[in-house]
Structures are given as C-alpha cells and as structure tokens.
Design a protein around this ligand. Structure first.
Ligand code: SF4
Ligand code: SF4
Length: 308
C-alpha cells in the first residue's frame, strides 16, 4: 500500500488527553466510515464515509438563509424550522457557514495524513511522560486504509506509540497492511454468534473472528479485547461466556478484556442527523450486572476491566 504525507482522509473528531483508548495519555483520531451498522451505534455520525450535517432543531429560528445558500436544493422550511433532505445533501457545508445561530454544523473534515500527524505530535511530551500515544478510532480506521497507514507510519517514525481501535471487518490484506504500523490493537467483540452478529450489525462475524486469530498468532501484535455490553442485544451470560471462551482458547489468556457498558450519550446524535427512525431506546446495564459479567470473564483466568 502506497503511503504518503499527502494522502487525504475524512475524520470527524480529534480528542486530546484521552485516557480510555489505550495506555497513557493519548490523542484519539476519529475517522469516518464503517462497514457495520450496529443497531445501538453510539457514534452514528461516524458511519457514512462522507460529510454530513448535524442539525440542532431547537436553535433554528426558521430564517431561511440556509435554504437560499444550498445549491443542491436540499433544505426546506417546515413548521417554522429548516429541515434537510439527506438524499440530496452532498455535504458542501455551505448552510453551516451561513447559519447565523450555528444551528448547523458540518460533520467530517478532510485532512492530509501530515496535518493529522502535526496535530498529534503537539502532545509528544505527554505521550513520553505517560506512556501514551495516538489511537485511530472511528468509525472504522480500516475503512480508509491508505490514510490510516500514512498517519500511523508518520507517528511511528516519530517514535509515537500507535494503537488501532477496530471492529476487524476488512480483507486480511488490508488488516495486515494497516496493523503492521500498530503497536497495539483494540479489538471489538460485539456478539459471538454469527447469525446474531449479522442481525445486530448487518454482517456476520466469521471474517472478524478469523482476522482476530491471524492478528494475534501471525502478526503477534498485543491485543486488548473490547466487549460493549448492550442490554437485550448481547448482555446474556451465555454470550459473554462464549466470547470469553473464544478469546481464552483461540487467542490467549494474556488478553485483557474491557467490558464497556452502554451509555445514552449517543441518543441525541440521531436527532441531530435527522435519523430518529434509526434510534433505539436502551437502558444502560446495572452495576450489579456488569460485576456479574466481569466475574464470568475472570472465571476463565482473564483479566477483566469495567469501562474503557
Ligand atoms: S440558517 Fe440556521 S436558523 Fe436560519 S433556517 Fe437555516 S438552520 Fe435555521
Ligand atoms: S451541506 Fe451543502 S448540500 Fe447539504 S444541506 Fe447544507 S448547503 Fe445543502
């Protein structure tokens, strides 16, 4: 894969001083685009590999300036507020530029690998002192492989520790090329049963599990397992047992398992994207349940951590 400082990618956030995405103090770069569509997705703004509008209805005064500014004819006024036809919107961001009350924000920034590296490198001193570095997350970093490789290589060459947070759904060729520049992999296990995995995320997990085995055994990159706990979807004791069984027997007992309780912070994002039809209401798991699931993981001899 040809990597270059000028390779462009689409990101939607850069989080500084992050302490949940790998060791030490880190900068997490959130990339756009994901091949999965988890029903409970807490970052729906990450899913599409294109720029899109985040709209705060309560701020909109219905002035109509954005309607005039949109060359695609994607905005109309309805009941005193603007609304966007997402099929027509091409993500120019013009409406966000002209809105006088900042009710519109463009989600997605096109940047070169070098620009991202320069943002990340600013905190090099913190990384050295804390054992931190950079984490590529998303969305799915493997969905923009050339960009991911370019950023990771620049960071590695500068002595910055690199972590990739991935769902593992990509061709082995892509996985291998991107992760050859990773010092650590955060690997998601959303459901161990292939049919349930497909039902909740849109894809089966066979490729994902296969890639996990190869990353661990062939590439020998340190791995940390991340299991989101989503009530009624994947939080049964049986699923956590079977997931831990897979990790301990097919990968290794030295893999630390992070159980991540569902939180509701992502719910308003569906409103902002005008995708309320896709929002699901889920109550976060109770602390007792999280402790019980932690015990299950520990019973296999694995270290289990609650949270990031
Ligand atoms: S420009 Fe802003 S305030 Fe005016 S209608 Fe559009 S979104 Fe609403
Ligand atoms: S981002 Fe561009 S195309 Fe989309 S609604 Fe705004 S002005 Fe129209």
């Amino acid at each position: 894969m040809i990597e270059s400082h000028n390779t462009k990618g689409l990101i939607f956030n850069v989080q500084y001083y992050s302490i949940h995405d790998g060791p030490g103090i880190r900068t997490t770069v959130f990339m756009k685009g994901c091949p999965l569509k988890c029903l409970w997705c807490q970052n729906p703004e990450s899913q599409r590999l294109q720029r899109e509008i985040f709209f705060e209805l309560e701020k909109c005064t219905g002035c109509g300036i954005c309607v005039q500014a949109c060359s695609e004819g994607a905005i109309e006024l309805f009941e005193g507020r603007s609304r966007t036809n997402r099929k027509k919107c091409s993500g120019t961001g013009r409406c966000a530029e002209v809105c006088p009350v900042e009710a519109r924000k463009i989600m997605g920034r096109s940047v070169t690998a070098k620009e991202v590296f320069e943002e990340v490198a600013r905190d090099a001193l913190f990384y050295q002192r804390s054992g931190g570095g950079v984490t590529l997350s998303g969305g799915e970093p493997l969905a923009q492989p050339r960009f991911a490789v370019s950023v990771l290589k620049l960071c590695k060459d500068a002595g910055i520790h690199t972590t990739v947070d991935t769902c593992g759904y990509a061709s082995w060729d892509t996985v291998q090329q991107v992760l050859s520049y990773a010092d650590l992999v955060l690997y998601d296990f959303k459901h161990i049963d292939p049919a349930e995995h497909k039902r909740y995320t849109g894809v089966s997990n066979e490729l994902i599990l296969d890639n996990a085995r190869k990353i661990y055994h062939e590439l020998a990159i340190p791995m940390l397992a991340r299991v989101p706990i989503i009530p009624t979807y994947n939080d049964s004791a049986d699923n956590i047992k079977a997931t831990t069984q897979f990790i301990s027997s097919e990968l290794g007992k030295n893999i630390k398992v992070h159980l991540l309780p569902y939180h509701r912070l992502g719910e308003t994002k569906y409103e902002r994207l005008e995708k309320m039809d896709l929002a699901v209401l889920i109550e976060p798991p109770a602390e007792e349940q999280m402790l019980a699931l932690q015990e299950i993981v520990q019973s296999f001899g694995l270290e289990a951590v609650l949270g990031g």
